[in-house]
Write a protein that binds this ligand. Structure first.
Ligand SMILES: [Zn+2]
Length: 186
């Protein structure tokens, strides 16, 4: 039988309440596997079409340790810094700053609201690239925040679990009209 190569497609996002968002995701043995490479392409397409700045495989109901960090300004995050989408397989946190900062986050799996979430300002991370290389990298500020948010998805957590108070939740509408940060994120 011939396998037909299909074009990357937008995947359906698992929403809060779907048990897959509460599972611990499994490590990927072989990043070169054709199904894993196709999944990466589909995740990139999904992320771009939905104006996300990051996505994790459990968000499309695939329980693997795979995430993408892809900060860029868009309708959901008008002040996000620009970077090339970075695919991270089996990522983990190596070290982090003592300093923790609070800032607003949203999530494709938790539509309609934003929360003020404390995160390490600086982190050092290690992961396998989609080409199979072992990469160690330092991330700061908004990009470090995205990584920590997506890593939580691999461990069955969502940003709501990190809030200090339910008073730190606002609607998307209020966030976009009054709380979009005026500072620039470098
Ligand atoms: Zn999320």
């Amino acid at each position: 039988m011939t396998t037909v190569q299909t074009a990357p497609k937008r995947l359906e996002i698992s929403q809060l309440g779907n048990p897959i968002l509460r599972q611990i995701a499994q490590p990927i043995d072989n990043v070169h596997d054709r199904n894993i490479q196709a999944l990466i392409d589909d995740l990139l397409t999904t992320l771009i079409e939905l104006n996300g700045v990051g996505i994790a495989a459990p968000q499309v109901a695939v329980p693997y340790r795979l995430l993408i960090v892809a900060s860029r300004p868009n309708a959901r995050y008008p002040h996000a810094p620009v970077m090339e989408p970075t695919v991270m397989v089996n990522p983990h946190l190596v070290s982090h700053s003592g300093e923790v900062v609070k800032d607003w986050e949203g999530c494709l799996s938790v539509p309609g609201i934003r929360g003020l979430v404390p995160r390490y300002r600086w982190i050092e991370v290690e992961y396998i690239s989609r080409e199979g290389g072992l990469i160690r990298q330092e991330l700061t500020d908004f990009v470090a925040r995205i990584f920590q948010h997506e890593l939580d998805h691999l461990n069955g957590m969502v940003f709501l679990d990190r809030l200090e108070s339910v008073r730190d939740i606002v609607t998307d509408q209020e966030y976009l009209c009054r709380l979009v940060p005026t500072r620039t994120v470098a």
